[in-house]
Every structure is written in C-alpha cells, then in structure tokens.
Design a protein around this ligand. Structure first.
Ligand code: SF4
Ligand code: SF4
Length: 306
C-alpha cells in the first residue's frame, strides 16, 4: 500500500465510506471514450470508486408494501445526493489537501447519449458518463449478477457508488475473484412479469473477468409496480430495480445462504412477498423454480438450507 492509499484508508471512517476500490488507466483501455472516465480527466492516474450501503431497513416499507417513499429518500435520492456526495467531497478534499487533484463524478446513467456537441476534434461530446458497474468490477469491488445488478461480497446489491478521478497514483485493487451470484434463478422466478430470462444469458467481460447476465427486458421493468422505480434522470434509462421484488428476493437468498458478509439476526423476508401482475403467490413460483433448477426452496421464498 503506498502512502496515498494509506492516507485514503485512514480517512474512510471519518468520511463514512463502506466500500472503496482503485483501478488504473490500463483497466479502462478499450472503453469507449464516451464512457471512459479518463476522457473527463486525461491526466488522471487512478479511478477511485467509493460506496455506501443501502441500509436493509430502507427496503422494509417496500418489502411490506406499506411505504415506498422512504426507500426513495434513504435508499436512493438522499443516499446519492446527500450522504454519498458529502463522503465523496470529503475524500476529494483529503486528496486535494495533499496536493493531488481529485475530480468527483456523480453516478449519472451511462446509457444516456451525449447532451452536447464535441468542443474539439477527437473529444467525446459532453457529458461523458462512465459506466459505474464496469468501474466497480474494474476496482475489484464485486461482480455483475445474473439479475444484471452489481453485487458486492459485503452487501450484495445494497449499495450505491460515487467516483473520484485523481492524478495520484494508487495501486489497483485486486479484481474480485469469487462469486456472489450462485445462479439460483430466484430473481427470475420471483418476477411477476417474466422480465428475466435465465435461459438466455449474455456474457459480460470486464478486465478479463467474465460474468453471465440473464437477458432482462428493461421495457417490462419500466412498467413494474413491484418496487421498481423509474430512472429519475431519464425515462429512457434503466429503472432502479434495487427495491423491486426480483432483487428483494435475491437479497433474501444471498443473506440466508451466507453469500454476503453483512449479517442480521432475523431474515429479511418474514411473510409471503406481495406482488402485482401475477396471480400466483411468490412461494408457488419458487417451488416451481426449485423443480426447474433442481434445488429446494422454503415457503418464505428463500433457498432452504437453514
Ligand atoms: S437471485 Fe440468484 S441468480 Fe438471481 S442474481 Fe441473485 S443469486 Fe444470482
Ligand atoms: S423490476 Fe419488476 S419486472 Fe423487472 S425483473 Fe424485477 S420484478 Fe421483474
């Protein structure tokens, strides 16, 4: 660990950062300039990705179907706009107090097209929005699961990230070698609208790490009333699926099977999950999933090993 990384790590607690990873320019070689963070700061040497957990309780009201607004604040808007922004800005100041330029980057949806015109030949049109899922894998923080969401070994899909580009040179974090997603298929089977097709997967390779992602019909997800939220920046961008039934089921599965390290005294799912758009209860769909996938599921919608 060089002294800059040590400096950053010593400030993680003060900045209230739960997750951090580093990647160098080499890990972004071949990335389209329109989405490459080094297009924003060409002299940068390091991409830093910092994350804060979405507390499990922020999902409680959605899981019970009785309060959606507080997830939108504590799990989404305030987390990105306030808590993470402050953490990111505090870390930026730590770096700049030590003589390194540090450029904070907000997680705008990378699938949005440019909003302006190129200012000079050879420069991508503004705004360049990096792909944060790519960056998280490149920074060694986790993998993309079958459900198309970034999973970390600490929190599964329960986190959000901000990015810092700096001209400080920091050794890249090792890529995450293990697996969090075990291809259980529970996300697909719990989806009332059949938007996840586990039989057709797309191979995604980032920095040599290959992941299988199910074919997901995001147009269907945009109509989902099971906890999915429209993308707040653009209707055309992918919806926020972290609180959706598919992903809440994944959260239960990862926790109940010891696949994430943030553990709780009580299971997240305490009763039959509600769903809209399918007449079959989730538990029946899960039993069908067990038959298809050769596993066993408990009635509460989790894989039964406890
Ligand atoms: S529910 Fe299972 S298959 Fe789907 S993302 Fe989670 S671990 Fe992977
Ligand atoms: S967001 Fe809704 S429609 Fe999309 S996969 Fe999840 S549960 Fe299904």
């Amino acid at each position: 660990m060089n002294h800059i990384e040590e400096l950053i790590r010593n400030n993680l607690k003060d900045c209230r950062i739960d997750l951090i990873g580093f990647a160098d320019r080499e890990r972004f070689e071949g990335v389209d300039p329109q989405h490459n963070p080094f297009s924003i700061f060409p002299e940068a040497k390091t991409v830093i990705l910092l994350g804060k957990r979405i507390c499990r309780g922020a999902l409680r009201g959605v899981e019970e179907g009785t309060n959606f607004g507080d997830y939108a604040l504590f799990g989404k808007n305030w987390l990105e706009d306030e808590f993470l922004s402050i953490a990111c800005y505090d870390l930026v100041n730590v770096l700049e107090d030590n003589g390194w330029e540090a450029c904070p980057i907000f997680p705008n949806p990378s699938e949005l097209g440019p909003q302006g015109v190129s200012v000079a030949d050879g420069r991508p049109a503004p705004n360049v929005y990096p792909d944060f899922d790519y960056a998280a894998v490149a920074c060694g923080l986790g993998e993309i699961g079958r459900n198309g969401l970034l999973l970390t070994p600490e929190f599964g899909s329960r986190q959000r990230f901000h990015m810092i580009l700096t001209d400080a040179e920091i050794e890249p974090s090792p890529l995450f070698e293990g697996h969090i997603c075990d291809a259980c298929g529970m996300c697909a089977q719990s989806c009332p609208l059949g938007a996840i097709d586990m039989k057709h997967t797309v191979e995604v390779t980032i920095c040599g790490k290959t992941m299988q992602v199910a074919d997901i019909n995001y147009d269907v997800c945009k109509t989902c009333k099971n906890g999915a939220c429209a993308n707040r920046f653009a209707e055309t961008a992918r919806p926020d699926r972290i609180a959706a039934l598919c992903n809440r089921t994944c959260i239960c599965h990862l926790e109940d099977n010891g696949l994430v390290s943030n553990k709780f005294e009580n299971s997240f799912r305490q009763r039959e999950a509600w769903s809209v758009g399918n007449t079959k209860p989730v538990s029946e769909r899960n039993v069908e999933a067990a038959n298809v996938l050769g596993g066993s599921f408990s009635k509460d919608g989790n894989r039964g090993n406890r």
